[in-house]
Design a protein around this ligand. Structure first.
Ligand code: ZN
Length: 197
């Protein structure tokens, strides 16, 4: 068989033949090609994984954002409701910590760009990076889960949004709340040369 990345390959889910020009996902294991999924079947696979685990991932988040614009302002689908709650928490981190709490001021007054804050009592950490006019915050905890927020570094308008996620709604909300608590407890970010995204 020709190289699956170049040639036509049937979708394992629905049998439709996909070409190198189509959006498709090709699965490899130990460098060995296993199968291809078309866009619809890949979406279905990710939505089933979400239904099973409740874990929102960045790729699912982006796909859902693009495909459910019609109910964006008045979400009813459960995952959209979850996404909105996480976006509300991001916005509140922007309002309460970035602006009112002085985190933006902290960044602007520092000559460094990469910081972290951690809770020594748990393995909670927030990595912070200012880069190309943006500020990024990755909150992570004991297991694999994480959520990354992004804002304009210099803007006076609240723009804190979600940049990436690999967590359930409740994990993401807990992580963002832990970050707020850490800042509100008086802890300040320390320069961290290992931070990079
Ligand atoms: Zn398919």
């Amino acid at each position: 068989m020709s190289d699956p990345l170049e040639g036509d390959a049937p979708c394992k889910g629905c049998g439709k033949v996909t070409t190198a020009h189509d959006y498709r996902v090709q699965m490899f294991r130990n460098d060995k090609y296993e199968y291809t999924l078309c866009r619809a079947c890949d979406r279905g696979r990710r939505e089933r994984a979400y239904a099973d685990t409740g874990v929102l991932t960045t790729s699912l988040w982006l796909a859902l954002t693009l495909e459910h614009r019609e109910q964006w302002d008045h979400p009813t689908l459960p995952f959209l409701v979850s996404m909105h709650r996480i976006m509300d928490a991001a916005a509140s981190f922007g309002r309460d910590i970035w602006f009112a709490g002085g985190l933006q001021k902290f960044f602007r007054e520092s000559k460094y760009a990469a910081f972290s804050m951690s809770d020594t009592a748990s393995s909670f950490r927030v990595l912070m990076l200012a880069s190309a006019g943006r500020a990024l915050f990755t909150f992570s905890g004991t297991s694999e889960q994480s959520v990354t927020l992004i804002t304009d570094e210099t803007s006076a308008t609240a723009r804190m949004g979600v940049q990436g996620i690999d967590a359930t709604e409740s994990e993401a909300l807990t992580l963002i709340a832990q970050g707020k608590t850490l800042w509100e407890s008086g802890q300040r970010p320390v320069v961290d040369r290992e931070v990079g995204f």
